[in-house]
Ligand binder design. Sequence first.
Ligand code: ASP
Length: 323
Amino acid sequence: MKKLAVLALGLTILYAAADTFPSRPITIVVPFAAGGPTDRTARDLAEALRKPLGGVSVLVDNVAGAGGSIGTNKVAKAVPDGYSLLLHHIGMATMPTLVRNIAFKVESDFEYVGMVSDVPMTLIGRPTLPAKNFKDLTAWISQNKGKVKLGNAGVGSASHLCGLLIQNALQADMTTVPYKGTAPAMTDLIGGQIDLMCDQTTNTSSHIEAKKVIGYAVTTSKPLTTASLKGLPTLNDSGIKGFEVVIWHGLYAPKGTPPEVVVKLNTALRTALNDADFIKKQEGLGAIVITDKRLDNAEHKKFVAAEIARWSPIIKAAGVYAD
Ligand code: ASP
């Protein structure tokens, strides 16, 4: 009885607060290190969300580690009042298969606010690698069996998935080096401490353009038209038939966030994704801002469920999951 009364009181407070939402700063948790591509998307989005959310501050909190699961779990367990949100990528769909023991349930622990962007990946190498194109790279990898260091953002991350699929396709056994995000991995790649990495174009475009890293290929089925990535072949055209990995990003709130709050967040998200400055920044880095039905909460959830169904057999068949 007592428990029920407390629960009823809690719900009354949450629902009353929904009327005035938002009245204080909102925090978007990014489950990777600052300066990386997920962080970049979140920071551009936070800026674009401020106005449609009535001018409240939208802060970004990097809760990095364990391939994204620490930050994701933090939001799954946060107070469901709309002030704690999660910006995450394809890991929401691949983590349940890539990582055997995760502390949250993607399908039932979150409200799906709407999707944000689709972002291609690129395979990149340290600037001092002797291989100047993908064909040379495959030869260099087979000459250096067991010695190639492949960076990623931890087990369950997008770079982990992409790197594992490439290793699998090339039958190459590389030493993976995990970081708390691909920003610190990029620093080490530029410095030559690691050899290769797969990452979103939102992190790699400027470094490829500045020749700080070598761009070998894009992971989309068609070549990209963004200025800095125009000349890069697809992995599919380079010999890994059927290879296609596109990283999508979405916004989430903890399960139980009042429906009126989710509607307010979704409306603000739609306005933010129409912001000319946001579109210019993101598209200049190769991202495609979502304009289709995946902006709808239910469609977002359906899409993630379909992605789980799509990736799970691929990951299992490739035998690339890990503890
Ligand atoms: N790109 C990273 C990943 O591989 C995450 C990040 O640092 O944004 O999942």
